[in-house]
Design a binder for this molecule. Structure first.
Ligand SMILES: [Zn+2]
Length: 589
């Protein structure tokens, strides 16, 4: 039952209470019942393009307030959203009841641009961030090694080299405690690598090995490598580590997706899947092991794979855990490295404008064929020239085949857009798929690249949205932290984690808390053409739900800095509890 229907039922109860109660009591029990929540259904209308909430948004004079308390789930669908009192009708002897104790419930979060293998790979390494001493680091590796078959490589990362400078660790203790696995531990900043004896052996490093120019193999008095390699010598070890086997690769994919479930996400849009990644997704899907939904964009760089899919055609139905009907291509480079294509010279490098299109490897004919074949194109474009040329390209395809517009083509990043091109997004129905974190991470140098005028068209969420463009928000992980609280905070404040700069960086581009949440929920549902299945909490929709300990609509308005301390309490995907914090884990009947 929809929230609005629930309100209607409450009204009816005043008039004909007996009838309404009898009707509710007839409902078959739910499998899972969430009660005691601050539930925001997002079934009310979209805010205006300047962020003003719709007239039917659940608000009082002080701001947003939840529009429901309970969610009932049967199978993979929501069957009821409404008051706690009405929810009791869905409680049966076998219903699992989660008492949320006032936690906030949102439509399931979606990260609409991820690179999941990198995240999983990180999960599959020993995390040495914050380790205080050599002994602690070795203890952590030794504990990790217990779960790894002997002979397999163990990788770790995150110890701060700065803290090593006065007393470098050696292979001694590490080799004693972890003798049977080659171990390679990278520093936080990647300029020092520490290894055990077996790793040095496998890499063929000995007293006879000379360091490359710009690097150092630290050696002891007898000339033996101590296990520490610096700067350009680090590659002697890191290059010796074999790439993951298919099974390991698949485990990275699973680890990355599991981490996303842990962090509140019910789905990811994977921005560029080649054959190997598609195989891993398909295999996990066939085994029923995908913890979150995957909306896969095929990587156009894997042209053979794309041509196969072109013959087969896109997935048309929804409701699966894996949906493939989008393709990812690159039109230009990145702004930081000055690879993004600009209309005028880089402000900090005269004579240079970056590269784009065919020069950058963009396969125009293949992308056009895929678009005509029913695939959504998601094209990476960063510079103002890169964006203009991408819009030109999409426009040319739409001219040849106007019905392709319904596929909702996207520009990934849309990072710097010339004012003349801003209205074209709405005109062509192109989604601007953007990363709130990028703005606060790039602010230190973006203006140097672009100068004071062009920078106003950078990360210009509000400008694009006001001009009618649809937005989709995401992290581009592992490039940025996918933490939703960081993302919401960046979108609402345009401040970094240290709350800088005061008042926000070009604050006129900020989003409201409601828009920030929509950017990761309803708007991302639209970007995958899932808006009839998800994006809001209502009867009949996918049972995709996120529970958190902070109310972003209230706190985002009153004290947004506090959002950075929020945490995820539960993630429900298709009715299954993909993650629940300890406090919620105990089933109550
Ligand atoms: Zn990306």
């Amino acid at each position: 039952m929809e929230a609005r229907t629930a309100i209607l039922v409450r009204t009816l109860r005043g008039l004909a209470g007996f009838w309404a109660t009898a009707a509710m009591a007839a409902a078959p029990p739910a499998d899972l019942l969430l009660v005691g929540g601050r539930v925001y259904t997002f079934t009310w209308d979209e805010p205006a393009s300047d962020g003003a909430p719709a007239a039917n948004a659940p608000r009082s004079t002080v701001g947003f307030r939840p529009d429901a308390e309970a969610v009932a789930i049967r199978g993979d669908r929501i069957v009821f959203v409404g008051s706690g009192r009405d929810a009791t009708a869905y409680r049966g002897p076998k219903t699992r009841v989660m008492d949320l104790g006032g936690a906030t419930v949102l439509p399931g979060l979606v990260d609409s641009h991820t690179h999941i293998v990198g995240l999983g790979e990180k999960q599959s390494q020993v995390d040495l961030v914050g380790v205080a001493s050599e002994a602690d680091a070795v203890a952590r590796v030794a504990a990790f090694a217990k779960g790894v078959p002997k002979g397999e490589w163990i990788l770790g990362r995150g110890r701060d080299e700065g803290a090593w400078a006065n007393h470098y660790p050696t292979k001694q203790l590490l080799s004693e405690r972890v003798p049977d696995h080659p171990v390679v531990l990278s520093g936080l900043h990647g300029f020092a690598v520490w290894a055990n004896r077996l790793a040095l052996e496998r890499a063929g490093l000995s007293s006879a090995t000379a360091a490359p120019e710009g690097g150092e193999i630290v050696k002891d008095a007898s000339g033996e490598p101590t296990g520490l390699l610096l700067n350009r010598a680090t590659s002697l070890l890191t290059d010796a580590v074999p790439g993951p086997t298919d099974e390991q690769y698949k485990s990275y994919v699973l680890a990355g997706l599991t981490r996303m479930a842990r962090d509140g996400y019910v789905a990811v849009h994977e921005a560029g899947a080649d054959r190997r990644l598609m195989k891993a997704f398909q295999s996990l899907d066939a085994e029923g092991r995908l913890p979150v939904r995957v909306y896969a964009m095929l990587s156009v760089s894997d042209a053979d794979l794309c041509r196969e899919w072109l013959r087969r055609g896109p997935d048309r139905d929804n409701g699966r855990m894996l949906t493939t009907r989008s393709v990812k291509a690159f039109y230009d480079g990145a702004l930081g490295s000055r690879g993004a294509r600009l209309l005028e010279d880089y402000s900090d490098r005269p004579g240079h404008r970056g590269v784009s299109g065919t020069q950058y490897g963009f396969d125009q004919a293949l992308v056009a064929d895929l678009m005509k074949g029913g695939f959504q194109a998601a094209i990476h474009a960063i510079g103002d020239a890169g964006n203009r040329e991408t819009l030109d390209f999409i426009e040319s395809v739409l001219r040849a085949q106007p019905e392709s517009r319904v596929l909702r083509h996207r520009i990934e990043h849309a990072q710097v857009v010339h004012p003349d091109d801003v209205p074209r997004f709405a005109r062509l129905g192109v989604i601007a798929s953007m990363e709130p974190p990028h703005c606060v991470e790039d602010k230190a140098w973006a203006e140097a690249r672009l100068g004071p005028v062009r920078v106003k068209g950078a990360y210009a969420w509000r400008t694009l949205h006001k001009a009618g463009a649809r937005l989709a928000f995401n992290s581009d992980l592992t490039g940025s932290d996918h933490d939703i609280f960081y993302g919401l905070h960046a979108a609402i404040t345009r401040q970094d984690k240290a709350l800088q700069p005061t008042g926000g960086w070009y604050p006129e581009e900020r989003m409201t808390p409601e828009e920030a949440v929509r950017g990761y929920t309803t708007w991302n549902a639209y970007a995958a053409a899932w808006e009839n299945e998800s994006g809001v909490l209502a009867a009949g929709r996918w049972a995709d739900v996120t529970v958190m300990d902070i109310d972003p609509l209230v706190v985002g308005a009153s004290d947004p800095g506090r959002l950075l301390h929020g945490s995820i309490l539960a993630t429900i995907v298709g009715g299954k509890v993909a993650y629940a914090a300890d406090a919620l884990r105990k089933p109550r009947r």
